[in-house]
Design a protein around this ligand. Structure first.
Ligand code: NAP
Length: 246
């Protein structure tokens, strides 16, 4: 897609990065369908962004819902951003249930939507951007299975790109790996956990993350990947900008 998306579907659109991505897309003239579970928060986003934003309350891991929303709205951009806040604790204090939380939400929803995008399929020229994390490169020892769940998102992206290529679908699959930031929910929990572990206060820990990544920078990164058909498949994004990986 060298032009702007006409219709974008953003998962996890009610807060944090997803809300900023939806706002940037609406500002750029796209019709945006925003999915999250909390209906009230979604309606607040609709109040802020206006009729360009269509709220849908539901669970992003629901495969049938993914298929139905793709069929109904025919998006030419999918932003697979929904994610759970990890259970912040060292390994001995994790259970399998807490350890696998991000597999059950983040990875499972990327699997469901990626599969639906290939099977329906999306129209040629469409783009799918999946939210991984810088943690997929470096690990995240206090976040249970978070880093591995986000590494699986990168694999899903590459498998999907290969299948799209083999079938000549003309769908582009990209992954974005944001660095840790306290400016949205997942990173805010991470910063609190890592600061406590290091025995420093939160502000001191955040000082080490400068320049701090903002949700608006993440949104800009998504738009630039969506607009540029020549862009690479994977990018790291931090407060210091966007950098291709590999
Ligand atoms: N913040 C960071 O430092 C950072 C760094 C790297 C990567 N990331 C990734 O970026 C993404 C967004 O993070 P964030 O910090 O913006 O998170 P956030 O502020 O906690 O927002 C998460 C969003 O996902 C939605 N969500 C969660 N589970 C869902 C489900 N089962 N179905 C539908 N929606 C669901 C939430 O709405 P409901 O709860 O109402 O459903 C909310 O809209 C995540 O995938 C995260 O792992 C974040």
């Amino acid at each position: 897609m060298s032009d702007l998306p006409r219709t974008a579907l953003v998962t996890g659109a009610s807060r944090g990065f997803g809300r900023a991505i939806a706002a940037a897309l609406v500002a750029a003239g796209a019709a945006v369908v925003g999915l999250a579970r909390d209906e009230q928060e979604l309606h607040a986003v609709r109040g802020e962004l206006g009729p360009g934003f269509t709220p849908v309350a539901g669970d992003a891991t629901d495969e049938a819902l993914a298929e139905q929303l793709i069929r109904t709205h025919q998006p030419d951009l999918l932003v697979l951003n929904a994610g759970a806040v990890p259970h912040m604790a060292p390994l001995p204090e994790q259970t399998w249930e807490t350890f696998s939380r991000n597999w059950q939400v983040d990875t499972r929803h990327v699997f469901a939507w990626t599969r639906a995008a290939l099977r329906q399929p999306l129209a040629p020229g469409s783009v799918v951007v999946a939210m991984s994390s810088g943690a997929a490169l470096n690990g995240s020892p206090l976040s249970g299975g978070y880093a591995s769940a986000k590494a699986a998102v990168r694999y899903l992206r590459s498998y999907a790109a290969e299948e799209a290529e083999r079938a000549g679908l003309g769908i582009r699959f990209a992954a974005l790996l944001p660095k840790l930031t306290p400016t949205a929910g997942v990173g805010a929990a991470g910063v609190t956990g890592y600061a406590a572990r290091q025995g420093v206060d939160r502000d001191a820990f955040v000082a080490g993350l400068q320049p701090v990544l903002t949700p608006e920078q993440v949104a800009e990164a998504v738009l630039s990947i969506a607009r540029d058909p020549g862009s690479g498949p994977e990018y790291l994004v931090g407060g210091d900008g966007l950098r291709p990986i590999g």
